[in-house]
Design a binder for this molecule. Structure first.
Ligand code: GLU
Length: 450
């Protein structure tokens, strides 16, 4: 098989959400798995609703998820290609002008439904003569253009849904060009898929009916057998079955990022929900790619509980190796020779990445110690061994404190933890103590801010 070329094609009319991330990641992982390429295509032919700021935010969100496009294109810069394709279709008699107003079409549909007929466009415009058209245009009407479908069954083997087919006789000839000359999504998408040599179109199942129409367009513009392979995945919904929209702010990628959710938690949930693989924390997209397979995606709804994200995010942090977080730590001033040991000591206690900040203060900054048992604390201070310290220091030191003070269990450990960290609970002190160091430990045991 030749290396796949796929595309993720959002309209920049809002921020992307976790459901869009599912489509983006399916494409990205599919391309990476096959050693192929991933194209980011902005479907911005609707110049009024598309906004550059949304395109920019989508790029930021994808980068945050670890998705790096090999190529980015904007449909708004490719109108010449669509015009040429429309001209080809017109010349072949496959794109025909229609003059009905929205009201007329609506009334016609209602009549059809009233008679128990499917509300399919009756192709009345095909029987207009040149004089009819001139007259309508003289009245000030402008045509919209429909693609003349062949009334046949279109079949394809869907990467997710398996053998699929749609009888095009049950579809209205789709409008490709509006009265004002602007393009609906259908034609530009096919033109770009041909031009960019897209081999696989992986998208949500809300596009299944478009596929039959688009396969006919591929045949008309590129010749029979030139359509890409299609895969339509189930859509993410919340547990109550509610779909996501660009307006569901809380589940936007930007919203999740602001809430401190880890990108790999979003990726795992987005990719594995509604598949035969269980959602689990991963340390990299590579790891996700190993198990990822479109044929594991279920045909049932992909329901997820947004509340799961917090726990999944924490579990993701707990397994991230230092190398993968080094730069993020530096951004919070966690750097230097202690940084790696610090990360390994605290990661298991983090709910969000930002929790490193107070813990770094414990090992490298100033905290207010809490002295619960002054007698024990000062005895413990005198017993602090000389440095160098390592992870065995805690065990040896607390043994000595226990023997001298007679305290044990909670009565021994709780006051020491409060004095050394100022907090009730946290990472293992065997790991923290060498990072805190003798000077700070001694100061804190004496109740001094240090
Ligand atoms: N812009 C379309 C959408 O966001 C793209 C669909 C496709 O992948 O063909 O739904």
């Amino acid at each position: 098989m030749t290396a796949p070329i796929v595309r993720f094609a959002p309209s920049p009319t809002g921020r992307i959400h976790i459901g869009n991330a599912r489509t983006a990641l399916f494409n990205y992982l599919f391309a990476r798995r096959g050693g192929g390429r991933f194209v980011l295509r902005f479907d911005d032919t609707d110049l009024e609703r598309s906004k550059e700021e949304y395109a920019a935010s989508i790029e930021v969100d994808l980068a945050w998820l670890g998705v790096q496009p090999d190529l980015t294109v904007r449909q708004s810069q490719r109108f010449a290609l669509y015009d040429a394709a429309a001209a080809t279709l017109k010349a072949a008699g496959l794109l025909y002008p229609c003059y009905e107003t929205a009201d007329e079409l609506d009334r016609r549909r209602k009549r059809q439904i009233g008679r128990g007929l499917p509300p399919v466009y009756d192709r009345a415009a095909l029987s207009l003569t040149a004089e009819d058209r001139d007259r309508l245009e003289a009245e000030g009407r402008k045509p919209h253009w429909r693609f003349r479908l062949e009334h046949k069954t279109i079949a394809w083997t869907d990467l997710v849904r398996g053998p699929s087919h749609i009888d095009c006789a049950s579809l209205s000839d789709p409008v490709l060009v509006r009265e004002d000359g602007t393009y609906l999504y259908t034609l530009p998408s096919v033109v770009d898929d041909i031009d960019l040599r897209i081999t696989h179109v992986i998208r949500g199942e809300d596009h299944v009916t478009n596929t039959a129409v688009q396969i006919q367009l591929f045949e008309a513009l590129a010749g029979a057998g030139h359509a890409p392979v299609f895969g339509h995945h189930n859509l993410l919904t919340t547990v109550s079955g509610e779909g996501l929209s660009k307006r569901s702010g809380a589940l936007s990628i930007g919203g999740l990022r602001d809430a401190g959710i880890e990108p790999l938690a979003v990726a795992s949930l987005a990719v594995l929900t509604g598949s035969s693989d269980s959602v689990h924390p991963v340390a990299s997209l590579d790891e996700l790619q190993q198990t990822f397979d479109l044929s594991h995606v279920s045909r049932n709804a992909a329901k997820f509980d947004p509340a799961e994200l917090d726990a999944l995010s924490a579990r993701t942090l707990h397994l991230l190796p230092f190398d993968l977080v080094r730069d993020r730590l530096v951004a919070h001033d966690v750097a230097g020779h202690k940084a790696e040991a610090f990360w390994l000591a605290v990661r298991g206690n983090l709910a969000t990445f930002l929790d490193v900040v107070p813990w770094w203060r414990v090992v490298e900054g100033e905290i207010e110690p809490v002295i619960e048992d002054a007698e024990l604390a000062s005895a413990a201070a005198t017993l602090l061994p000389e440095e160098p310290w390592d992870q065995t220091t805690w065990g040896a030191w607390t043994k000595a404190v226990r023997e001298q003070s007679g305290r044990k269990g909670r009565g021994l450990f709780h006051p020491l933890r409060l004095a050394l960290t100022g907090l009730e609970s946290g990472p293992e002190l065997a790991q923290l103590l060498p990072l805190i160091g003798r000077t700070r430990a001694s100061d804190r045991l004496h109740g001094r801010v240090s």
